[in-house]
Design a protein around this ligand. Structure first.
Ligand code: AMP
Ligand code: ZN
Ligand code: FE
Ligand code: FE
Length: 295
């Protein structure tokens, strides 16, 4: 029996409605699924209602984007050569969708997107591409407008052949139109997840872009001092070698482990459930959550 604890819906940048995911998960042979949309709980009510009908175990979740700078603070003292920052995403599991602090954080992150997205569009315009923010908002459909939506417009207009090319040329960390949007500290993200009764888990640790094992251990240990509960060991970006070393680190630091596909529907080629995460991972997470809210 398997689960998938990392998925996205149309409430952020996936292509399946939150209400369709439980049945799709069931059809993929899964016994439990978490919805972890970027920076929003908008899809959770629909997702949980559909999961009841589909009779599948469901986890209300979120994936918050946070500022990775603190993880580099002690490793590169040179102001002339700031470290190349990776991506810090924190997953929240078993959250109360309406929790007030988490609602504040979501509003703050929407504001960060509202400032960053038009800057990226302006850069694309400077590069000679005819693309308007309104077109991107229309594709996004919901409250969360992100780079995959910009990528889709670029593709539809023939400026790139794939979303992948859109990221490697323009939208990715080294792309010509990239603008950072780190507004939330890791501490604030973890606090907001805990305030919503959730468990905080470091998503896809490879995306931190930390080169050495000791840098990674230092970073995760630091997050643990801020209250981190677990780390994602199985993920579609991870080589089996990564999963193994992250599991060892989790054991060493006494952290829970989780896993998922990072399914985005047709915006990515990954299948729901492709990470073959054992259902026991879900059960351990549930038990930790019970202990947390019980005590
Ligand atoms: P944003 O939240 O606007 O910064 O966009 C983040 C989204 O872009 C996440 O769903 C990522 O999976 C996706 N993403 C990041 N890098 C790439 C890439 N190289 N190719 C495709 N999608 C990517
Ligand atoms: Zn996404
Ligand atoms: Fe992520
Ligand atoms: Fe994700």
């Amino acid at each position: 029996m398997y689960c998938d604890l990392h998925t996205h819906s149309t409430a952020s940048d996936g292509t399946d409605a939150p209400g369709d995911l439980p049945m799709l998960a069931k059809q993929a042979g899964l016994s439990a699924i978490a919805l972890t949309d970027h920076d929003t709980t908008d899809g959770l009510a629909e997702f949980l209602a559909a999961a009841k009908i589909a009779r599948i175990r469901a986890v209300p979740g979120i994936e918050l984007s946070a500022d990775p700078a603190i993880l580099h603070a002690d490793t590169d003292p040179s102001p002339d050569q700031p470290p190349r920052l990776g991506t810090l995403h924190l997953l929240g599991y078993f959250i109360q969708p309406e929790a007030p602090l988490l609602a504040e954080v979501q509003a703050h992150l929407r504001e960060a997107r509202a400032q960053r997205n038009p800057q990226m569009i302006a850069r694309l315009n400077e590069l000679g591409m005819d693309i308007h923010y309104d077109e991107v908002i229309q594709i996004a459909g919901g409250n969360i407008v992100g780079r995959p939506h910009i990528g889709q417009v670029l593709m539809q207009k023939g400026y790139v052949k794939s979303i992948h090319e859109a990221f490697s040329r323009y939208l990715g960390g080294r792309g010509e139109a990239y603008v950072r949007k780190d507004r939330l500290s890791a501490e604030q993200a973890i606090q907001a997840i805990h305030d919503a009764d959730g468990l905080a888990v470091l998503a896809h640790p490879t995306q931190l872009g930390l080169e050495s094992a000791s840098q990674l251990e230092h970073a995760v240990a630091r997050l643990k001092t801020l209250g981190l509960d677990g780390m994602e060991t199985r993920h579609s970006d991870h080589h089996p070698r990564d999963t193994e070393r992250f599991s060892k680190l989790a054991t060493k630091l006494n952290l829970l482990t989780t896993g998922g596909s990072d399914y985005h529907g047709s915006r990515k080629t990954l299948a729901l459930g492709c990470q073959k995460v054992p259902l026991s991972v879900y059960e351990d997470l549930l038990e930790s959550h019970r202990q947390r809210i019980g005590g």
